[in-house]
Write a protein that binds this ligand. Structure first.
Ligand SMILES: Nc1ncnc2c1ncn2[C@@H]1O[C@H](COP(=O)(O)OP(=O)(O)OP(=O)(O)O)[C@@H](O)[C@H]1O
Length: 211
């Protein structure tokens, strides 16, 4: 059985032409890119895969469970436990330090996750554990947001343009971290990107096309 599958997904934004999406299927530890022109629907697809939008038709199946059949509350609980999301901008809580930001993720997932100190060390952030997130560089903040997405050992990791504001060195670091961590926790990894530098590291892709 595949760990993750999406089939025949369609969605209509109000007042817009309907979008239809390529099918995705991934095993544990596998990675895939979502490519496509600006406005083609990549972020919409990611939101459908995360259960943040309800598809007009089709299925999203993670660990044998069809998310398209869940109600809002069931989805929130399922997402908190099983899906880690890395946004384009880190969206950390400014009043909290690095460790506290990760503890919040643990608290909301209602699940025993990874050891936070160990995870921070693996992501090269050991020294920053007690730092205010306001003092981090962009690359560091993006790595904290990756740590946050991984803290509860999700089965699916979704990342929307995670490298768009990073230099080459940090881009390389972030992609390697996402791949290594996905393999370690047996998750599937899906990255939306325009970034040519990411394509060198993850050959597997689907392309979203506006029709
Ligand atoms: N909330 C919304 N209401 C109406 N239309 C929307 C909404 N969100 C997105 N759209 C439209 O749906 C289409 C797909 O948008 P989406 O953000 O998924 O594209 P994208 O491929 O991620 O684009 P980009 O690469 O520029 O971020 C676009 O035409 C967009 O204008």
């Amino acid at each position: 059985m595949m760990l993750f599958e999406s089939k025949n997904l369609t969605y209509s934004h109000p007042g817009q032409l309907p979008l239809s999406f390529p099918d995705i299927s991934l095993q544990q530890g596998e990675s895939m890119l979502v490519l496509g022109k600006s406005g083609s629907g990549k972020t919409t697809l990611l939101n459908l895969l995360a259960g943040l939008l309800q598809p007009k038709s089709g299925e999203v199946i993670l660990s044998g469970k069809n998310m398209a059949a869940m109600n809002g509350q069931q989805l929130d609980l399922f997402r908190g436990k099983e899906i880690g999301i890395v946004f384009q901008k880190p969206h950390l809580l400014a009043a909290l330090n690095v460790t506290e930001n990760l503890q919040m993720a643990h608290f909301f997932s209602k699940k025993e996750g990874q050891d936070i100190d160990k995870l921070l060390t693996e992501l090269g952030l050991g020294e920053k554990a007690k730092s205010s997130v306001l003092t981090l560089s962009e690359g560091e903040a993006q790595r904290v947001s990756i740590a946050r997405a991984l803290a509860n050992s999700p089965k699916l990791i979704l990342a929307d343009e995670p490298t768009s504001s990073l230099d080459d060195e940090n881009t390389e670091k972030v992609i390697q971290l996402l791949k290594t961590q996905a393999a370690k926790i047996g998750a599937a990894l899906i990255i939306v990107t325009h970034d040519q530098r990411v394509k060198m590291h993850i050959p597997n892709f689907v392309e979203v096309k506006a029709v």
